[in-house]
Design a protein around this ligand. Structure first.
Ligand SMILES: Cc1cc2nc3c(=O)[nH]c(=O)nc-3n(C[C@H](O)[C@H](O)[C@H](O)COP(=O)(O)O)c2cc1C
Length: 331
């Protein structure tokens, strides 16, 4: 059996990897397939320097795409063997993926890959997630502790998180560079990147979600009015430090959390507003016990039966994110 998937399988897996969430839908990834290995590079032209000053979220976003790629390959009968930062002189070369045929494809593999296209960032309020205790037990077994530390915060943490969200938004209120970046990336309707207006919420809706980033608001009839206040479970993914490899792997853990939640029928919203500035990050760090470095939070909950999920957000076309090097170019 061939040890390399067909070009068609690679294209499908990279297209699904491209459905990964990323900071403000910036999609900062670039893949190169040479017929033998697949390389993941970060695209630093897509860094948001005023929001993501150190490039931490760029690496997390690329890690989510890598996690989605693993899920897509698993459903196609391949295991990905990943070498992180294989070239110390090229820091934008985040990973090289080699392939091993998998002996079996399980229903869980298929469910996780199918969740890629169904997952959305949902910024509206959620009901208390039904059946959460059992789900959390399972989730703890599927997040690799070498990738990230998973903490599920108690409901009593919500007030401190609301405070972290508020103080961060207040500190950024007059940060012209941050605000300009936000306005540029949020509210487009005809672009292949950024957060479209359909994914934003109104001022009234935001009042029902105390933990979240203050994004530009939209007008219109209030949605999900049956949920008076967000009752989501809030998860945190942390690492021991901010090293590049830990950040990419934290992104992979985020991919796992989001896809498992989606497969189980929960709605999700990743959040990093509380970990971007030292003040908010210290609040979250205290909540997770003080020994680890919080990277990203996730709101997870139940969408009311009658509430439609948000529309899919756009993505850059495949040729923009995947470069295929023909064998003769390698000679
Ligand atoms: C690292 C990272 C940070 C994010 N931070 C936030 C955030 O603070 N607030 C928010 O509403 N969405 C956040 N998102 C969600 C993105 O805005 C979203 O993934 C993107 O707009 C694409 O939409 P989709 O997830 O529905 O495909 C984040 C996503 C990632 C991967």
């Amino acid at each position: 059996m061939s040890q390399v998937p067909t070009g068609e399988t690679i294209e499908r897996a990279v297209r699904l990897a491209g459905r990964a969430p990323s900071l403000h839908n910036s999609q900062p990834w670039h893949w190169v397939f040479d017929g033998t290995v697949l390389r993941l590079h970060s695209d630093r032209t897509r860094l948001l320097p005023s929001t993501d000053t150190s490039g931490r979220q760029l690496l997390i976003s690329c890690g989510v795409a890598l996690g989605h790629l693993r899920a897509a390959l698993a459903a196609a009968g391949w295991r990905a063997q990943v070498a992180y930062f294989p070239n110390p002189t090229q820091r934008d070369h985040l990973a090289t993926v080699r392939f091993l045929p998998a002996h079996i494809v399980t229903d869980a593999d298929r469910d996780r890959a199918a969740a890629i296209e169904r997952r959305r960032t949902d910024r509206l309020p959620f009901e208390t997630p039904v059946g959460w205790q059992d789900f959390e037990t399972v989730l703890r077994t599927v997040v690799d502790p070498d990738d990230a530390v998973l903490t599920v915060l108690p409901d009593t943490a919500r007030a401190a998180l609301a405070h972290a969200s508020l103080i961060t938004a207040s500190l950024r209120r007059y940060d012209a560079a941050y605000q300009a970046e936000l306005q540029w990336w949020a509210g487009h309707s005809h672009a292949a990147e950024g957060i479209p207006a359909s994914a934003l919420i109104s001022r009234e809706e935001r009042e029902r979600v105390s933990v979240g980033r203050t994004l530009p608001t939209v007008s219109g009839d209030s949605r999900r009015t049956e949920v008076a206040d967000d009752r989501s479970s809030i998860l945190v993914l942390s690492t021991t430090a901010d090293t590049p490899e830990e950040l990419v792997r934290c992104g992979e853990a985020l991919s796992t959390v989001l896809l498992e939640c989606t497969a189980a029928g929960y709605a999700t919203c990743p959040l990093t507003n509380m970990t971007e500035l030292p003040h908010g990050r210290a609040i979250v760090r205290d909540l997770v016990g003080g020994r680890v470095v919080p990277q990203v939070l996730v709101r997870a909950g139940t969408r009311p039966d009658t509430a439609p999920p948000p529309a899919a957000t756009p993505r850059r076309p495949l040729p923009d994110i995947l470069e295929i090097i023909e064998p003769e170019q390698l000679r």
